[in-house]
Design a protein around this ligand. Structure first.
Ligand SMILES: CC(C)(COP(=O)(O)OP(=O)(O)OC[C@H]1O[C@@H](n2cnc3c(N)ncnc32)[C@H](O)[C@@H]1OP(=O)(O)O)[C@@H](O)C(=O)NCCC(=O)NCCS
Length: 159
């Protein structure tokens, strides 16, 4: 039987939160750990939707905080599947702040996370393959593939 194929649109997640005082640091802007937790949740939902199995985070890389987010702002976390291996999946996450009164948006964070799908015994299990459709999805797929290959080369050079 041929392996199932799914598109990035099948597992796209868009999550919205509001920055409350308990989410902030002493500068009264959002605490990075809170953003990382939201990123992990959105990305895990995306990977589980693609795999149709429970998933665990195995790697987080390239997390960049580009701008702070103030109390009261809305936070939009978009997670989409960029690449899949046999049992692993790479999810790209974009975080934007939105002023709820003007609608003005700004990208504040981006990150790439790797998840592995597990069977009932907690053993890595094969996931459907990914078929990128749009030019943007194809670009993300190729870039993720390059990052996987570059990481393998780096790890080998450090042995
Ligand atoms: C998920 C887990 C069972 C996988 O075990 P493992 O021995 O690494 O399994 P494998 O070597 O067969 O790797 C499985 C896949 O994960 C990938 N992988 C494992 N560790 C990785 C890492 N650090 N970065 C990127 N990919 C990784 C492998 O390349 C492989 O991908 P492929 O099947 O697509 O080729 C194990 O790593 C684990 O339990 N980790 C803890 C997860 C967890 O608890 N996360 C919560 C946050 S603390």
């Amino acid at each position: 039987m041929s392996k199932r194929e799914k598109c990035p649109a099948d597992s796209l997640i868009v999550m919205r939160e509001m920055v409350m005082p308990n989410h902030t640091n002493p500068q009264n802007t959002i605490f990075g750990g809170v953003v990382m937790s939201w990123i992990d949740i959105a990305a895990a939902m995306c990977a589980a939707k693609h795999a149709e199995k429970p998933v665990v985070t195995v790697h987080v890389d390239d997390i960049d905080f580009k701008a702070p987010i103030k109390v009261g702002c809305h936070v939009i976390i978009s997670a989409s599947l960029n690449y899949v291996g046999r049992t692993s999946m790479i999810v790209g996450v974009k975080v934007e702040s939105e002023n709820p009164y003007t609608g003005k948006r700004r990208q504040t964070t981006k990150a790439y996370l790797t998840f592995v799908a597990l069977d009932e015994d907690g053993v890595p299990v094969e996931v459907p393959s990914l078929s990128p459709q749009t030019d943007e999805e194809k670009r993300r797929f190729e870039n993720a593939k390059k990052r996987v290959e570059a990481k393998k080369a780096l790890m080998k050079s450090l042995e």
